[in-house]
Design a binder for this molecule. Structure first.
Ligand SMILES: [Zn+2]
Length: 303
């Protein structure tokens, strides 16, 4: 029998999910970067399935037998009045009791499951709506132009010539090197960054907002494409140079020297972990203080 004084586990999970999503939307950006929300939804769907399977396995609840039990009949000598209550009537009453208690044995768990999935779908939609109003696309045209000009100026300093950074997902450039986060023509004068990277750079440069690993990655990507524009074709070399230039770019866009250095050091450490799948991205052992790829031999910290 269910204890009606406490909410079901499924209800608690749903309340928790709504609270978590609200916190994710309204809370600090640190939570957003630390907590992959799709994983939360995956777990929520898994729990709903588990609740459904559990409810179906438990089977339909038995309607209690309301007739006097044999032991009571023996003790009190009560006998049903044959004239009023014959066997057929008893059976009919019993059927009605079961119908009233459980209209269909499997419907309530399935209905609760559908309700749970509906709630999850509504939360996914809410997050999608919020995201579409807070990303790069939420900024107006003049802001896009101002931001792209700023990124272009930083890239030009690295490339040693006038280059342009576009915030776009253009991926059909012949002869260009393409990455998950950007596209550049080696030795060319234009590079494209994904809107996500552009938005992280925009937040740093114009809003003073930092989301540690995302800001770090965006700085590294901007510098990486700029080194391609300068003429460096080798991926490992471009990345090693980018992590060193990224310190300067980060500082110029508003970070402290110490923070910028820590970010690029972390990017260098993550490069080794990422490398397994994308061999051409792995920086060489020469990417160290005093190594062949050290751009500034006089500095003792690296990058
Ligand atoms: Zn590259």
């Amino acid at each position: 029998m269910e204890d009606l004084t406490w909410p079901r586990p499924a209800t608690l999970v749903r309340i928790g999910l709504v609270a978590l999503v609200a916190l994710w939307i309204l809370g600090p950006s640190m939570l957003r970067s630390a907590l992959p929300i799709w994983l939360v939804f995956l777990v929520a769907v898994g729990l709903e399935v588990q609740f459904l399977v559990g409810a179906l396995r438990a089977g339909p609840r038995q309607a209690p037998d309301r007739r006097p039990q044999q032991v009571d009949l023996d003790r009190y000598g009560f006998e049903p009045d044959e004239d009023v209550l014959d066997e057929d009537d008893l059976d009919d009453d019993q059927d009605e009791l079961e119908v009233a208690a459980e209209p269909h044995p499997f419907l309530p768990p399935v209905r609760r499951f559908v309700l749970g999935l509906g709630l999850i779908a509504a939360l996914v939609l809410a997050i999608w709506l919020v995201d579409s109003r807070t990303g790069w696309d939420s900024l107006d045209g003049p802001t896009h132009g101002k931001a792209a000009a700023r990124f272009s100026a930083e890239a030009s300093r690295i490339a040693g010539k006038e280059v342009s950074i576009y915030c776009d997902e253009s991926r059909d450039y012949v002869g260009a090197v393409q990455h998950a986060d950007g596209v550049a023509i080696v030795g060319g004068d234009r590079a494209y960054l994904t809107p996500e990277r552009c938005f992280d750079l925009y937040r740093l440069a114009f809003e003073d907002e930092v989301t540690w690993s995302r800001t770090a990655r965006a700085l590294a990507v901007l510098a990486h494409e700029a080194w391609h524009l300068r003429g460096v074709g080798d991926e490992g070399t471009a990345e090693c140079y980018a992590l060193q230039s990224g310190v300067e770019v980060g500082r110029r866009l508003g970070l402290s020297q110490g923070t910028a250095e820590r970010m690029m050091r972390q990017q260098l450490a993550e490069n080794a972990l990422r490398g397994a799948g994308t061999a051409e991205y792995v920086v060489s052992p020469e990417c160290r203080d005093g190594g062949r790829l050290d751009l500034d031999a006089s500095r003792t910290s690296f990058p």
